[in-house]
Design a protein around this ligand. Structure first.
Ligand SMILES: *Cc1c(COP(=O)(O)O)cnc(C)c1O
Length: 410
C-alpha cells in the first residue's frame, strides 16, 4: 500500500515525510489494511476446509498487530513461553495457539499446559518424555503433534534450511513412526496431529509438495498402526517479493496444491509469518551524512544493524527508495548505519541520489523479522512502531529512551 503522488511517497493515505516530521526517525511503519489483506488471502485460500491460519508471531510480536490478527480470527504459532504469554494477552484463544521449538524448557512446557493451548509440536524423544512427566504432575493430558523433518533433499534449493537432513529441527523422517508409537504408550499424552515446517522465504511449490507427500506417507503408516490424526500442520515459509523481478507463490496456489495431497476430513494448520507481515511494514530512516571514501559513496543513516539485522545476518536484500522523487543523477552507493561494526549495512551498491534534498529513505518490506529481531546494541534505544489505517496514524510502540537502556540493571 505504498504509492507516489505528486512525487511524494505515501503509505495508505499518509505521507511518509509527515511521519518522519511527527514521530522522528528511524521508525517502523505498518499498513493495517495490508495486514488485513494478507491474512484474508490465507483465509480465502483455506476456504470451507476446516483449519486454522496461525500467525507465526516470532516474525512480529507487537501486541497491537497480534490483537489485530486475533480479532480477524487468526491462530498463533509460538516458539517460546514469552510468545504464548504475548498471544494470550493479545486475545488469541488458547485453543488456537500452537507451540513449536527444539528447546522448550520445563517451565515453558508447564506454562503451555496450564494455558491449555491447542498443541505442542514435539521435536525430540526426550522432549516427549519431559512433556509426559510434566503433564502427569499437573494431572492433565498433553495434546501433541510431532514436528517431522521430512528430509527433503533438494540441494539446488539452498533455502530449505530447516527441512533437510542434518538440521536440529524436528524428528527425522525415518524415526517418525517410532516417535508416534512411543507417544501412544504414554498415559499423559494425547496425539492430535503432525507438523512440518521446512524453511523460509520459499518461492517454489516443489519443496512444499515433496514435504507434503512425505508427511502423507507417514500418516498412512500411522493409520496402519491404529493412530489417527486430527490435524495436519503444513508450517509456514512462503516467500515474499523482496526484489522487483522476483516471482512469488500466492497463498491460494500453495494451499490449494497442498490440500490436494491430503484427505478431506483432516483439519489443516498453516503457519505463515513473513507472508502476512513482511510487505505490510517498512522502515523509515533519515540520512545523517554523505561521504566518499576509498572511491565509494556512502549514505550514513540513523538505522543500524541493531534496528534491522537481516542484511547483516542473512545478507538479506531490502529495496531502498527515497520518499521524495528527485530528478537528479543516481549514483552507486552503500547505505550504512552508525554502528561500530563493518557488518553494519543496509544495502550495498544501490543506485540512489546523493544530493541533500534526498533526506529520507524507506527500507521496504521489513515488517517481518525487523522490529522483532532488534536490540539496543551500541546502547541505541529501540525505535518506535506506528500503524497506519487510511489517514490515521497510531503509535503502537513508543520510542525507548536512555533510562530504558538500564532497565533491570542493578
Ligand atoms: C518461523 C516459523 C514459521 C514462519 O515462517 P515464515 O517463513 O515466516 O512464514 C512457521 N512455523 C514455524 C515452526 C516456524 O519456526
Amino acid at each position: 500500500m505504498l504509492k507516489f503522488d505528486k512525487n511524494e511517497l505515501y503509505i495508505e493515505q499518509v505521507k511518509l515525510s509527515d511521519i518522519a516530521k511527527q514521530y522522528g526517525t528511524s521508525v517502523y511503519i505498518y499498513s493495517k489494511n495490508q495486514i488485513i489483506k494478507n491474512f484474508k488471502d490465507y483465509k480465502e485460500a483455506l476456504g470451507y476446509r476446516d483449519g486454522l491460519i496461525c500467525f507465526a508471531c516470532k516474525t512480529n510480536s507487537n501486541g497491537t498487530i497480534l490483537k489485530l490478527l486475533a480479532d480477524l480470527g487468526a491462530g498463533a504459532d509460538t516458539t517460546s513461553g514469552g510468545e504464548i504469554y504475548r498471544c494470550l494477552r493479545a486475545g488469541f484463544k488458547p485453543a488456537k495457539i500452537v507451540y513449536a521449538g527444539v528447546g522448550k524448557t520445563s517451565e515453558e512446557i508447564e506454562y503451555a499446559l496450564k494455558s491449555k493451548i491447542l498443541m505442542l509440536n514435539v521435536e525430540s524423544f526426550e522432549e516427549l518424555d519431559t512433556i509426559d512427566t510434566i503433564a502427569k504432575k499437573l494431572k492433565t493430558k498433553a495434546k501433541i503433534s510431532f514436528r517431522i523433518n521430512p528430509c527433503v533433499d533438494l540441494d539446488t534449493h539452498s533455502y530449505i534450511a530447516t527441512g533437510k537432513k542434518g538440521t536440529k529441527f524436528g524428528i527425522p523422517y525415518k524415526d517418525a513412526l517410532k516417535a508416534y508409537l512411543r507417544a501412544k504408550k504414554k498415559k499423559n499424552i494425547t496425539i492430535v496431529g503432525i507438523h512440518s515446517h521446512i524453511g523460509s522465504q520459499i518461492l517454489d511449490i516443489v519443496p512444499f509438495k515433496l514435504a507434503a507427500e512425505k508427511i502423507k506417507k507417514i500418516i498412512e503408516s500411522l493409520e496402519k498402526n491404529n493412530i489417527k490424526l486430527d490435524y495436519i500442520n503444513c508450517g509456514g515459509g512462503l516467500g515474499i517479493k523482496y526484489e522487483k523481478n522476483q516471482k512469488i507463490l500466492t497463498p491460494k496456489k500453495l494451499i490449494s496444491e497442498l490440500l490436494l495431497v491430503f484427505d478431506k476430513d483432516k483439519k489443516f494448520i498453516f503457519e505463515p509469518g513473513r507472508s502476512i507481515i513482511a510487505n505490510a511494514g517498512h522502515l523509515l530512516t533519515k540520512i545523517i551524512y554523505r561521504k566518499v571514501s576509498g572511491g565509494k559513496n556512502f549514505l550514513i543513516t540513523d538505522v543500524g544493524m541493531n534496528d534491522l539485522i537481516r542484511p547483516t545476518l542473512y545478507k538479506a536484500y531490502h529495496e531502498i527508495i527515497p520518499v521524495k522523487r528527485i530528478n537528479t543523477k543516481k549514483v552507486k552507493t552503500d547505505v550504512v548505519g552508525p554502528i561500530c561494526e563493518s557488518g553494519d549495512y543496509i544495502g550495498k551498491d544501490r543506485m540512489l541520489p546523493t544530493v541533500k534534498q534526498c533526506k529520507y529513505l524507506l527500507i521496504k518490506c521489513t515488517g517481518a523479522y525487523g522490529a522483532a529481531m532488534s536490540s539496543d546494541y551500541n546502547s541505541r534505544p529501540k525505535i518506535p512502531e506506528v500503524l497506519v489505517d487510511g489517514k490515521k496514524i497510531t503509535v503502537i510502540r513508543k520510542r525507548a529512551n536512555y533510562q530504558d537502556l538500564m532497565l533491570n540493571e542493578i
